[in-house]
Design a protein around this ligand. Structure first.
Ligand SMILES: NC(=O)c1ccc[n+]([C@@H]2O[C@H](COP(=O)([O-])OP(=O)(O)OC[C@H]3O[C@@H](n4cnc5c(N)ncnc54)[C@H](OP(=O)(O)O)[C@@H]3O)[C@@H](O)[C@H]2O)c1
Length: 241
């Protein structure tokens, strides 16, 4: 699958790195081509050093091409990762990861052509008190950008988690369309998609992230808040063990 990223920061590198290893073709999109190209090169180097299937040859070819990799040359050159502008990455991806600050999410998502799936991993977190600076980002994107399928996912865990996700990590997904393809991208990380409802529930996922991150930063045990149901009811649900 072709995946574009809007943003070349921590989340884009972490998630795109996993999807490249899983065999997808990725274009890192950034405001600054050189920064985007550096991220693409790091992803290829990391995929090569981890010995992922088929990555070493491509790592060499990307390194040779360096930051001169052009948007249109990805498929022709057989490369699995390259870099481009935000507009180019938005046009490239069948699925587009929106990984920019939440305050510019709607504006940047406006670059995505109709018919694509946008993964919104943003958190509008106000780091002063761990509240939401503005609510309902995913729904706002869906309202503002016609014809795209917005899926909220990957916003609960830190980029460091996505760089090395624990097997079986549950990843809640909210969306009305495009959820199956995002679920497959979750599985590509060795994680488990958790159907968390339609896009109307994305605001709950955004609030959950703010609450959990605030507790976590305050030294609380977020995992301990959700013990297996078996502990309470003596019942084991599918997916629990
Ligand atoms: N990091 C985490 O652990 C984590 C976890 C869950 C969710 N999130 C959410 O994921 C999103 C991305 O986080 P991140 O950690 O990857 O951030 P980051 O490392 O700071 O990267 C942000 C990216 O957004 C770009 N950007 C900033 N302002 C922009 C604008 N006005 N127009 C276009 N692009 C712009 C930056 O471009 P330049 O390089 O040109 O500055 C950069 O590529 C945020 O909404 C964050 O809340 C982060």
């Amino acid at each position: 699958m072709r995946i574009g990223t809007l943003g070349n920061g921590l989340m884009a590198e972490a998630l795109a790195g996993q999807w490249v290893k899983a065999g997808h073709e990725v274009m890192i999109g950034g405001r600054d081509r050189e920064r985007a190209a550096e991220v693409a090169e790091r992803i290829v180097a990391a995929a090569g050093s981890s010995g992922e299937a088929g990555s070493s040859g491509e790592a060499r070819s990307l390194a040779d091409a360096g930051s001169r990799v052009e948007a249109g040359s990805l498929a022709d050159a057989g490369l699995r990762v390259g870099a481009g502008s935000l507009v180019e990455a938005a046009a490239y991806g069948e699925v587009v990861l929106l990984a920019v600050p939440a305050e510019v999410a709607v504006e940047v998502a406006g670059l995505v052509p109709a018919g694509r799936t946008v993964i919104d991993c943003t958190n509008a977190l106000d780091h002063r008190d761990f509240t939401l600076a503005h609510p309902e980002t995913a729904e706002a994107i869906a309202q503002a950008v016609p014809g795209v399928q917005v899926v909220k996912a990957f916003n609960l865990a830190a980029d460091a988690v996505w760089r090395n996700p624990p097997a079986g990590l549950g990843v809640p997904i909210c969306g009305d369309g495009g959820v199956n393809v995002v679920a497959d991208l979750v599985r590509d990380l060795g994680c488990v998609p958790v159907a968390a409802g339609g896009l109307v529930r994305a605001k709950l996922l955004e609030a959950t992230a703010a609450l959990a991150i605030g507790i976590w930063v305050g030294g609380g045990n977020v995992r301990g808040m959700f013990p297996p149901l078996a502990d309470a009811f003596g019942t084991v649900l599918p997916g629990e063990s």
